[in-house]
Write a protein that binds this ligand. Structure first.
Ligand SMILES: [Zn+2]
Ligand SMILES: [Zn+2]
Length: 441
C-alpha cells in the first residue's frame, strides 16, 4: 500500500516536473513550438524510457544531421560585445541553406574560432556580408582569411560590405588595409602552402541604397538597406530563399527601413543592447555615456521589443548583450514590456532550424579541439610562382622573402641529423624520396 502510494507520488512528481519543464521552456521564450505544450497535455502517457536504448536529444551536434532541401539552418557564432570574453564571441551569424549555400553575416572578434568548431569545409565559408566596420562586427575577418586559407579554403574570400561617406570609411578600404597589414604574414607563406585561399574580393555597395539587391544567385537574394549607428555607413541585410526570409540588422538604432524591409521575416535578428544599469555597473561607463551608447547608438531592450512588435517576425532574435545569469533577466523583462511574441535571447551556438511549418531552437554542442575539416577541393603543392606573383603585387622584393645570410648564419646545425631523420622517415613511410633541402632559403 505504502509502496503503491509512493509510486503514485513519484509518478505525479514526474508529471509535474515534465509539465514545469515544458512550461518553463515555452515561457522561457527560447522559441519551442508553442504547440508542444498542448501536445504534451494531449499525450495519454509519458513516453517509455529505456535504460539501454538511445533516445532523441534536444541538442544540435554539427555534422550529424542532413539539411532538408527546403530548410534553413542559422547558427549564432557570435552574439556578444566588443569587450572580448571567452563566453561569447562578437557578432556573427551563419546561414546554411538546403541548396548547399552558406553565408556569414558579420564576422566579429572571436567568431572564426566558433566557425571552426562547426567543422564546415572552408571552401563553403567563402561568402561574408559585413553590416558595418566596428571591430566587433569584422574583427575576426583576418583570422578567417589566414586560418581558413590554411585549413582548406582554396578560393578567395568574397566580402560584401557598405561604402562610407568617404572612401576611407568604406569596406574596400578596410579590407585592403587588412590584407596590407598581413604583408609580412603572406610574404612568409607564399611558396610554402597552397596559396589560392589567401586572396580577397570585395564587393562594396552604396550604404544609402534602400532594399537594393547586392547578391542574387542560385535562388538566393540578399538585399541591403541603411542602418543608423555611430556615423553614416552601417547597413542591415535580408536574405530570401525558398519563400523563407532571414533578416540581419547588424547594429542599428530602431529605424524606418528595418520596420519596412524586415516585414514577413521568418527569423529577424536585431541588436538588443545591455540594459543601461548594467552598462554602468558591469562595463564601468559613466551614466551619461551609458545612456547615450545604450539608447541612442544602440537599441535598448525596451526599444527592441517595440521594433519586434511592429515587425512581428515568426521568431525575433535578440543579440549583442552579455548573456549572464545576472543580466539576462534584466534584458528579458525590459523586452517583455513592449513585445510578447516568439523570442530567442541569442547565445553563441544557438541554432534555428527554419522551415515553413516550424522553427526549432536548440543549442549546439561542439568540439573545441578541432583540426582542419575535410577539404571540399584537393590541395595543390606550393608553387614558386605564388612568390613571384606576390612580389609583383605588393612590391616586396623576392630576395626579401627568403632568409638573409645574416639570419642563415644563426641556424644551429646541431639539429641537422635529427631533421634528416624525419625526411628519411617520411621517404620510407610513403615509399618515395623526399630530398632534404640542402640549399636553405
Ligand atoms: Zn557597431
Ligand atoms: Zn556591435
Amino acid at each position: 500500500m505504502v509502496a503503491t502510494r509512493r509510486v503514485l507520488f513519484l509518478a505525479s512528481m514526474a508529471f509535474v516536473a515534465t509539465v514545469s519543464y515544458l512550461w518553463g521552456h515555452v515561457d522561457g521564450d527560447e522559441g519551442r513550438a508553442l504547440g508542444l505544450l498542448n501536445e504534451s497535455f494531449a499525450a495519454q502517457s509519458l513516453p517509455e524510457v529505456s535504460p539501454v536504448l538511445a533516445r532523441e536529444r534536444d541538442t544540435y551536434y554539427p555534422n550529424t544531421e542532413d539539411l532538408a532541401k527546403d530548410e534553413m539552418r542559422v547558427i549564432a557564432c557570435g552574439t556578444g560585445m566588443p569587450t572580448t570574453r571567452a563566453a561569447q564571441a562578437a557578432a556573427c551569424f551563419l546561414v546554411e541553406l538546403g541548396n548547399g549555400d552558406k553565408f556569414i553575416f558579420d564576422i566579429g572578434s572571436g567568431s572564426a574560432e566558433r566557425l571552426s568548431s562547426l567543422q564546415i569545409p572552408y571552401d563553403f565559408l567563402d561568402k561574408i556580408f559585413i553590416g558595418h566596420l566596428h571591430g566587433d562586427h569584422f574583427g575576426s575577418l583576418g583570422e578567417l582569411f589566414i586560418g581558413g586559407g590554411l585549413m582548406g579554403r582554396h578560393k578567395p574570400l568574397q566580402i560584401w560590405g557598405p561604402s562610407g561617406p568617404t572612401p576611407e570609411l568604406g569596406t574596400s578600404y578596410a579590407v585592403d588595409k587588412m590584407v596590407e597589414m598581413y604583408t609580412w604574414d603572406l610574404a612568409g607563406r607564399a611558396g610554402l602552402v597552397d596559396f589560392r585561399g589567401f586572396k580577397v574580393n570585395v564587393h562594396e555597395f552604396d550604404y544609402r541604397a534602400e532594399n537594393a539587391v547586392i547578391y542574387e544567385e542560385n535562388g538566393v537574394t540578399i538585399r541591403s538597406f541603411p542602418a543608423i549607428h555611430s556615423i553614416d555607413g552601417p547597413v542591415s541585410f535580408t536574405l530570401e530563399w525558398n519563400d523563407l526570409k532571414f533578416v540581419f540588422g547588424s547594429d542599428t538604432f530602431p529605424n524606418n527601413w528595418f520596420l519596412k524591409y524586415a516585414q514577413n521575416a521568418d527569423l529577424a535578428v536585431h541588436e538588443c543592447f545591455v540594459a543601461v544599469p548594467d552598462i554602468v555597473t558591469k562595463l564601468g561607463f559613466t551614466p551619461e555615456s551609458a545612456l547615450l551608447v545604450g539608447t541612442q547608438i544602440h537599441t535598448a531592450p525596451e526599444a527592441f521589443g517595440k521594433v519586434m512588435s511592429a515587425v512581428q517576425p515568426r521568431m525575433a532574435v535578440a543579440y549583442h548583450f552579455c548573456k549572464d545569469w545576472d543580466t539576462t533577466a534584466q534584458v528579458h523583462d525590459r523586452i517583455r514590456k513592449t513585445y510578447d511574441g516568439p523570442l530567442s535571447l541569442a547565445d553563441d551556438f544557438m541554432v534555428w532550424n527554419v522551415t515553413k511549418d516550424n522553427i526549432r531552437v536548440r543549442m549546439a554542442v561542439v568540439e573545441e579541439e578541432t583540426w582542419s575539416p575535410p577539404a571540399a577541393s584537393p590541395a595543390e603543392p606550393p608553387k614558386d610562382a605564388d612568390k613571384t606573383q606576390f612580389s609583383k603585387d605588393t612590391g616586396v622584393p623576392l630576395d626579401a622573402m627568403v632568409y638573409s645570410d645574416f639570419i642563415k648564419e644563426g641556424k644551429w646545425t646541431g639539429v641537422d641529423e635529427v631533421l634528416r631523420g624525419v625526411y628519411q622517415e617520411a621517404s620510407e613511410a610513403l615509399g618515395r624520396e623526399f630530398p632534404y633541402p640542402e640549399k636553405e632559403q
